[in-house]
Design a protein around this ligand. Structure first.
Ligand code: FAD
Length: 621
């Protein structure tokens, strides 16, 4: 009934969809095996993509040739570039999405991808021979053969849903939990853990009074995620709203604390510290008498509303009473209550940088199964796992992104070397080279790499090369073009420019903090007609590169230093246990993680600088 596949992807969430698409695009025959074809790319929680650091990840996925950016663009109902008032390293694209359209677009994209077959069923186990995965077993007893398997089970492994004192098995509300896989992996020697996450109630938008809330519009000139020409920015957008909880809401929620699974010890798993439930917030920040609530539509046409900031697992009657005390929610009708879910994950220190497991060859893990949270984190891991699964089958070298290449590199490096005790989400502060890893230059950083392995298309590469060359030419010209003090001092209100006494190059002028190419353009007709020949992304790129040149160069020098250590390879079979001078903890961690380079060894928590020098001597550096 089934051929032997190159890659079987288990689960069609954000990780699974990217994995299946990438592997198939790179020439593998792929089977995407998922419990329910109607929930492909389901957004389990908020209908939004991107945000701080996460928006950078979506653009990186896109630059490499993944699909999340395109799907987000196609299903977007509102776009905002967050942190515009800060430096460009912090600019973060975020979209509000139509939940149903997002899922539909992903399904259509996968159906259009040659080499992807589908099978709807629960995978209950793996077929492993001589420490190598060779297929999967399904709930109706089928065995499907494959050269490699990517597990992307999300929150489904032994998932347990909590609403107040009620608890029942499930991977998401209305969907059954996945059983069998954890137990088999533990038997094979894997360590497993338990985590939890939660989601707010969904409500009927027709029952809300928006006049009592603040309106939140999208950007006046919305942008998009994808660097490709496949999508266009929104012409119309839906509005969102902001409202607040108050003392009465908090007091009502507190009446349910004795029945809360969070507080009575029923939930064991650790939840995301940065995405706490409302009960957690009022408990931890007792001094605050209100919390912000974002009121977000679930799509273009639906009346369903996502109550962002009100995640809860309190009993449904308490949720209902409390939500009706929020301004604008007095007559609120609920579609479904919020809930918390506990699920199994596998500490990611058991993986290699390719996301292949150390214990079982050709078995890859991606997404929430690795202890992360968030669609973007999951999708990016799926992409890397899918790419590496495809390359492993073809006996090609691993595809690994460094910390200085991408947020995706930071994410995977952190997971593998540091592990995670709580659901891991990306922040800009996790990246040491944030000025290099901007959302605007993800294509310049990554498209060539994506193209070299057969994922990013020729058109993408050509577009990126044009942007790169045009930017270089523009910067060069800005160094030649000069403006006179009269033009500048009369045309600009910036106080600083009054001090300009002689002709100055546009490049030097652009370095002044308050000045951008848009304002300089208005000074001189020739400059304007020259600059308007360039597309917006080239102007923006040139401006950033000119303004932040010295900081960018400093970060690049740091990267070079790091790369020296990164290029120093450690033999795979190096016996750390036989190096007596290593600290006990360092020895144990190095033995467990088996770093591939000296650079990777330096980032493992518990490996001291002294351990590193000893290692350097032993390796004969
Ligand atoms: P998922 O999107 O969970 O997809 C898993 C897929 O695998 C599903 O299609 C499922 O059907 C399939 N599957 C599982 N097991 C099997 C099997 N054995 N056989 C076949 N198919 C299988 N993220 C945030 O960033 N912030 C939040 O506040 C937040 N809250 C959340 C609240 C809830 C209740 C849930 C469920 C998730 C929440 N998330 C949140 C997490 C976010 O949804 C995930 O991080 C993201 O969806 C993970 O993607 P994934 O691809 O790893 O798994």
């Amino acid at each position: 009934m089934f051929p032997e596949y190159d890659v079987i992807v288990v689960g069609a969430g954000h990780a699974g969809c990217e994995a299946a698409h990438a592997a198939a695009k790179m020439g593998s025959s792929v089977l995407l095996c998922t419990m329910n074809m109607n929930t492909i790319a389901q957004m389990s929680c908020n209908p939004a993509m991107g945000g701080v650091a996460k928006g950078q990840i979506v653009r990186e996925i896109d630059a490499l040739g993944g699909q999340s950016g395109i799907i987000s663009d196609k299903s977007m109902i509102q776009f905002r570039m967050l942190n515009r008032s800060k430096g460009p390293a912090m600019w973060s694209p975020r979209s509000q999405n139509d939940r149903m359209r997002f899922a539909e677009e992903w399904r259509l994209a996968l159906e259009k991808t040659p080499n992807v077959d589908f099978w709807q069923e629960m995978v209950t186990g793996l077929v492993v021979k001589d420490k190598r995965v060779v297929g999967v077993k399904t709930s109706i007893g089928l065995e499907i053969k494959a050269k490699s398997v990517v597990l992307t089970n999300g929150t489904f492994l032994n998932g347990l849903i909590h609403i107040g004192e009620k608890q029942f098995g499930g991977g998401r509300t209305g969907e059954s939990a996945a059983r069998g896989i954890t137990e088999q992996l533990v038997e094979l020697g894997f360590e497993a853990g338990r985590m939890k996450t939660g989601t707010p109630p969904r409500v009927d938008g027709r029952s809300l009074d928006y006049s009592k809330m603040e309106v939140q519009y999208g950007d006046e000139n919305p942008e998009k995620f994808s660097f490709s020409d496949e999508t266009t920015p929104l012409k119309e957008q839906r509005t969102c709203w902001i409202t607040y909880t108050n003392k009465e809401v908090h007091e009502t929620l507190e009446t349910g604390f004795d029945r809360s699974p969070m507080f009575n010890g029923r939930i064991q798993g650790l939840g995301p510290r940065y995405c706490p439930s409302i009960e957690d917030k009022i408990n931890r920040f007792a001094e605050r008498d209100r919390h912000q609530i974002f009121v977000e539509p679930e799509g273009w046409d639906t009346v369903e509303i996502y109550v962002n900031g009100f995640s809860t697992s309190l009993p449904e009657d308490v949720q209902y009473k409390a939500i009706r005390k929020i301004a604008g929610f007095e007559n609120c009708k609920m579609f479904r209550p919020g809930y918390a879910i506990e699920y199994d994950f596998f500490p990611p220190t058991q993986l290699k940088l390719t996301l292949e497991t150390q214990l079982v060859e050709n078995l890859f893990f991606a997404g929430q199964i690795n202890g992360t949270t968030g669609y973007e984190e999951a999708a990016s891991q799926g992409l890397i796992a899918g790419m590496n699964a495809a390359r492993k089958v073809l006996e090609e070298s691993p595809f690994i992104l460094k910390r200085s290449d991408a947020y995706i590199g930071v994410l995977i490096d952190d997971l593998i070397n540091k592990g995670t005790e709580e659901p891991y989400r990306m922040f800009t502060s996790r990246a040491e080279f944030r000025l290099l890893l901007r959302q605007d230059n993800a294509d310049l950083r990554l498209t060539q790499m994506g193209h070299a392995v057969g994922l990013a298309s020729d058109e993408r590469l050509e577009k990126m090369i044009d942007k790169k060359n045009d930017t270089a030419k523009l910067i060069n010209d800005l160094k030649q073009k000069k403006l006179s003090p009269e033009d500048i001092n009369t045309g600009l209100e910036d106080m600083e420019t009054a001090t300009i006494k002689e002709k100055i190059t546009v490049e030097k002028l652009l370095k002044r903090p308050q000045l951008g190419l848009q304002s300089i353009m208005n000074l001189d007709r020739d400059i304007k007609s020259y600059l308007t020949k360039y597309p917006k992304d080239v102007l923006e790129q040139a401006e950033i590169q000119v303004k932040y040149n010295s900081y960018i160069e400093k970060e690049q020098q740091m990267v070079e230093k790091l790369n020296n250590m990164e290029n120093f390879k450690i033999p795979l079979n190096f016996d750390y246990l036989s190096v007596p001078a290593l600290s006990a903890e360092g020895k144990q961690k190095l033995h467990k993680i088996k770093p591939e380079t000296l650079g990777q060894a330096s980032r493992i928590s518990g490996v001291s600088p002294a351990d590193l020098s000893i290692l350097t001597v032993y390796l004969g550096r």
